[in-house]
Structures are given as structure tokens and as C-alpha cells.
Design a protein around this ligand. Structure first.
Ligand code: NAG
Ligand code: NAG
Ligand code: NAG
Ligand code: NAG
Ligand code: NAG
Ligand code: NAG
Ligand code: NAG
Length: 503
């Protein structure tokens, strides 16, 4: 994982700076273009932005390149790259219309720049989408850069596979994107970033960690059973042997049924660490970097549905691989949730997921960092039924993302968008962009502190165009009592095959 970051930061930042600097002289050209070492990149103008889509930042990850550090991009064929459509999404156990079709040749990025502004010296916002590290893509309409570019911020997003002017770059992401941002920080105590944004999730959010090889062995067996020709067995495979197989052969029924979440990262003490307190205390973390964190108020509501087939009995739910709650003693979990507080046990289970993965992970890292690091925390209350794939989820996980991106084009695939929603998106974009341009100055509310400090409520119904101040203490009782004492024991490596057999 660390390696594609390095590739991304070197290649992509060279591209971004080249694209930004070219702007001033090409602002009136019909099709914006910029030349880098690999050749000329031709984008297109849309409304008041210049757009460059699908620019490769590394070679394909197929065949010989599979499961290896990304290879540098070769010169473009004929010295020319048409950056006019999104690149393929990375191979994953999901399909659908939200993102482009899959391919292993997926390491590409998209850039939006303002059409008219002088390009030099603009701030850059690099956004990493979420998707539990197993799904998602940079082409999703909800996270595009039109509105950022309109406000003189160069916006970059990019595809990544399983996983894993420079002085004004802010790196941000939502959900697993936020996890990647956090791991980036824990890996770069001397970062060049100007700020970081972790929406909903951080290094203690997951995904659940399985012993390495467990899932792949099962998939290799499934492939052999399905008649895929391989020169190795499930008991004794090598990565070289598996590089010969087509990537879609790995998408077996088993792989799809677990949405490949059993292929999880590992704690190697190189890219991921077992003790963040120790790392923080020994100075292996950029403590002075301005950091914006936050959550949606009902993070877990959507997961009550996502895990509906295994979460109707709370005491068995908390033992599943998907719940990833083994770091908290069962008795403490059972005592902490009361069925009478939820419409269903599934919703209660969803709430535990929202706490463990998102709300309490944010609270625990705030507890560790906010005494030293300039940190600001928001909590999202926007309650709109047309944003998430299931209606009436309230302000659940992911419902804030297109609002932070300013709506408009980012609302283009939603139905019945109201004027009030666009007004809220305009307001969210205004403070968010102001922060990206000047992270040191803060987003307009007071800095967070451990245990019980200032928290900004955003998207509050009937107060859409204001920040409504509250405190972390008003929301973090269960996090502080039940989860905080146990996060030092996160993650607990669990074997999903054995857990499934026990269930
Ligand atoms: C972009 O331009 C198109 C075509 O001119 C127009 O219909 C659309 O409203 C514009 N979108 C925005 C967000 O300005
Ligand atoms: C698994 O899911 C992928 C992506 O949706 C699909 O292309 C593939 O056919 C599925 N495999 C099986 C065995 O159903
Ligand atoms: C994606 O795949 C589907 C099914 O194979 C195909 O019909 C569609 O044209 C593809 N879309 C793109 C943009 O390639
Ligand atoms: C596993 O495969 C390797 C070759 O890939 C072979 O050298 C080795 O003997 C095999 N081990 C077993 C236990 O079959
Ligand atoms: C993590 O490191 C801290 C500081 O060195 C130490 O006090 C704590 O016991 C460690 N936690 C675990 C779970 O080992
Ligand atoms: C759950 O909440 C109900 C209603 O407030 C209360 O009567 C009950 O005692 C609670 N149960 C537990 C185990 O605390
Ligand atoms: C969201 O709004 C609906 C009505 O539109 C309401 O029933 C529901 O209680 C609200 N949810 C939250 C969490 O505020």
C-alpha cells in the first residue's frame, strides 16, 4: 500500500503541478492540454472548469505486475493521451452503474482545475474515496471536482486497488479513504502536506484483519473446482503461479459472497502498526499538521441493512468477522446496548458497527491527538432520503460526501434534489474550501480537545446555513466508557473460516 502512495505522490504531483502551471497560458484554449515526460495530456473544458480524466499514474497491475509495487508509466503511445473519459475501476466483487467497468489497468487519476484563474500556487485537494478497501471508484458522480475548481482549488481523485505548488496540498478521504489518509500520516511523520481530512474513519476503523492466506487458499480451491487451469494447488500455491490466471477467475462465488473483505491488510509494523499510542508518544506522527475529522450522526444506520443476514441476534452478531468487535469484551457490549432504544435488533447491531468503525474510532484518535495536534471535529446531521441507496436512513454513513463536494454535478445521479439541498451543499463547500485553502486558520470554529471539547454540528435541519456548536462530550459517552479503554487491543486478527464454522 505504501508503495502506490509513493508512486502516486511522485507521478501525480508532478502532473498536477504541470497541469496547474499550464493553465495561465492555456485558459482560452478550447481543449486544455499539458505536456509531461510521458507526452501530451489533452483534457476538455466543461462549464467553468478544465477537466482531465483517466490519466494513468502507474502501469497496469495485471499479470506479471499483479501484487507488486506499481511500475512507472511508460511514454504515451504516439506521445499523446486523451484525458476525456474516466479510466476503468479496479477489479472488485461488485458491479453496478455508480462506477466505470473493472480492469486491472486501473491506476489512474482525475484532475479538475479552474478555467480562468492563474494556475500557479493554487491549493490542491487530493480525495480518496471510501469502499471498505474492496470496492469503489474515482468515477462516482458524488465525488467530482467541479465545485472545488470553481472555487480555485485544484481537485484530484484517483483509483486504488486492494488495500493500500507541494506546500499547499491537502489530502482527504471518506471511510476507507479516511483510513488511507490516517495510515499515510502514521507513515510520514515528516509529511509535506498542508492539512489532512479524515471523514468518518481512521487507522482504528478496520477493515477486520484475517490471518494472511486464509481467503486466497479458499479462492484458489474454488477456481480449481470451477475448472480454471493452474499449475499449483490450493495447499501449495505461489503468487507467481496465480499471476498466470485471469483476474476475473478470482471472482468466485465465495469471493463475491464475502465481497472479498476477507482479503484484508496485515499489521506488518511497516505500513500498519499495532500501537498508535506508542508511535504518537515517540514522535512518529506529524503532530503539528492541521487535521479535520468528523462523522455522520447515524453512521451505523446503513450497516443495519448491509449486514441484515447476520445481525438479527446481537450476541451472535458481535462474534462475526464482519462486526470486527472481538477487541471489546462481549459482556461490555451486551450491557452497552439496549434493544428498547432501537426499532430493531438489526438497527442496534448497525449502531454497534457505526460506533466501532467510525464514531468511537474518531473519538479514540481525538483523545490521543487533540491535546497536541490542531484538530477540528464536525458531526453531520443532514437528513435527506435521496442520497443513499436505501431511503430513510437519516444522516448515515456517506450521506455527507456529495454535500462536502458542493452538490451540482455531484448530485447529478440523485433524484428529486431540492433547492434546500443545493443551498446546504453551497454552504458546506464554502467552509470546506476555505479550510483547504488555509488549514492553519481552522474551519471557523474552535479547536477540539480530548474528552469534551468543541464540536461543530453541520447540516442541522432548519439550521442548514450555520454551524451549530456543541461538544464531543454530548455524544461520546458510550465511546469513552466502552470503546476507548479497549482500542489499544484493536485489531484482533480473526479467522473468518473458523468463525463461520462455529456460527
Ligand atoms: C454546465 O453547462 C451546461 C451546458 O451549458 C448547463 O446546462 C449546466 O447547467 C451547467 N452546470 C452548471 C453546474 O453550471
Ligand atoms: C462476481 O462478481 C463479479 C462482479 O460483479 C462478476 O463479474 C462475476 O461474474 C461474479 N462471479 C460469480 C461466480 O458470480
Ligand atoms: C461495461 O460493461 C457492460 C457489460 O459488459 C457493457 O455493456 C458496457 O458497455 C460497459 N461500459 C463501458 C463504459 O465500457
Ligand atoms: C510446493 O510447490 C513447490 C514448487 O512450487 C515445490 O518445490 C514444493 O515441493 C511443493 N511443496 C509441497 C509440500 O508439495
Ligand atoms: C502501547 O504503548 C504504550 C506506550 O508505550 C503502552 O503504555 C501500552 O501498554 C501499549 N499498549 C499495548 C496494548 O501494548
Ligand atoms: C432498557 O431500557 C428500558 C426502557 O428504558 C428499561 O426499562 C430497561 O431496564 C433497560 N434494560 C437494561 C438491561 O438496562
Ligand atoms: C429524518 O427525517 C424523517 C422525516 O423526513 C424523520 O422521520 C426521521 O426521524 C429523521 N431522522 C433523523 C435521524 O433525524
Amino acid at each position: 500500500m505504501g508503495s502506490w502512495y509513493r508512486t502516486l505522490s511522485l507521478t501525480a504531483m508532478a502532473m498536477v503541478v504541470a497541469v496547474a502551471e499550464s493553465n495561465a497560458c492555456r485558459a482560452n484554449a478550447a481543449a486544455p492540454s499539458v505536456t509531461i515526460k510521458q507526452g501530451a495530456i489533452e483534457g476538455f473544458a466543461q462549464n467553468d472548469t478544465n477537466v482531465f480524466l483517466g490519466i494513468p499514474f502507474a502501469e497496469t497491475t495485471a499479470g506479471e505486475n499483479r501484487w507488486k509495487a506499481p511500475q512507472p508509466v511508460a511514454a504515451f503511445p504516439n506521445g499523446h493521451f486523451a484525458a476525456t473519459s474516466y479510466g476503468p475501476s479496479c477489479a472488485q466483487a461488485m458491479s453496478g452503474t455508480a462506477i466505470t467497468n473493472q480492469s486491472e489497468d486501473c491506476l489512474s487519476l482525475n484532475i479538475w482545475t479552474p478555467r480562468q484563474a492563474a494556475g500557479r500556487g493554487l491549493p490542491v485537494f487530493v480525495y480518496i474515496y471510501g469502499g471498505a478497501m474492496v470496492t469503489g471508484g474515482s468515477s462516482n458522480a458524488q465525488w467530482q471536482g467541479f465545485n472545488m475548481a470553481r472555487n480555485d482549488v485544484i481537485y484530484v481523485n484517483f483509483n486504488y486497488p486492494f488495500g493500500g505548488d507541494k506546500s499547499r496540498i491537502v489530502l482527504g478521504g471518506h471511510s476507507s479513504g479516511g483510513v488511507h489518509v490516517d495510515h499515510y500520516l502514521w507513515n510520514h511523520p515528516e509529511t509535506f502536506l498542508a492539512g489532512a481530512i479524515e471523514m468518518s474513519a481512521n487507522a482504528q476503523s478496520g477493515p477486520a484483519i484475517a490471518p494472511s492466506g486464509v481467503a486466497l487458499k479458499q479462492v484458489v480451491q474454488d477456481m480449481l473446482d470451477a475448472g480454471v487451469s493452474l499449475d499449483c494447488t490450493a495447499e501449495n500455491y505461489s503468487l507467481d503461479c496465480l499471476r498466470a490466471a485471469d483476474t476475473y477467475a478470482f471472482q468466485t462465488t465465495y469471493f463475491n459472497s464475502t465481497t472479498n473483505t476477507w482479503f484484508s491488510p496485515s499489521i506488518d509494523e511497516i505500513t500498519r502498526f499495532s500501537n498508535y499510542t506508542e508511535r504518537f508518544q515517540s514522535g512518529k506522527y506529524p503532530t503539528s499538521l492541521p487535521l479535520l475529522v468528523g462523522n455522520s450522526d447515524q453512521e451505523g444506520a446503513i450497516f443495519g441493512y448491509v449486514y441484515g443476514s447476520e445481525n438479527t441476534d446481537f450476541s451472535s452478531w458481535i462474534r462475526t468477522f464482519d462486526a470486527d468487535l472481538a477487541f471489546v469484551p462481549e459482556a461490555e457490549l451486551i450491557a452497552a446496548y439496549n434493544e428498547s432504544d432501537y426499532p430493531s435488533v438489526s438497527q442496534m447491531s448497525g449502531a454497534s458497527y457505526g460506533d466501532a468503525r467510525f464514531l468511537c474510532a474518531t473519538d479514540a484518535m481525538l483523545q490521543l491527538r487533540a491535546a497536541q495536534q490542531p484538530t477540528w471535529i464536525y458531526r453531520w446531521f443532514g437528513n435527506y432520503s435521496n442520497v443513499l441507496p436505501i431511503p430513510n436512513l437519516g444522516p448515515s454513513h456517506g450521506s455527507e460526501v456529495p454535500f462536502f463536494h458542493g452538490g451540482k454535478e455531484c448530485f447529478s445521479l440523485l433524484e428529486d434534489v431540492t433547492t434546500a439541498e443545493q443551498q446546504l451543499a453551497d454552504y458546506m463547500l464554502s467552509w470546506f474550501v476555505a479550510w483547504i485553502k488555509n488549514p492553519q486558520a481552522g474551519p471557523g470554529w474552535a479547536q477540539a480537545s480530548p474528552t469534551d471539547g468543541p464540536l461543530a454540528r453541520v447540516g442541522v435541519p432548519e439550521h442548514e446555513e450555520e454551524i451549530v456548536m456543541s461538544t464531543t462530550g454530548a455524544y461520546n459517552t458510550r465511546c469513552q466508557n466502552v470503546y476507548l479503554p479497549n482500542y489499544p487491543y484493536y485489531p484482533e486478527v480473526q479467522n473468518p473460516v473458523l468463525l463461520a464454522e462455529e456460527a
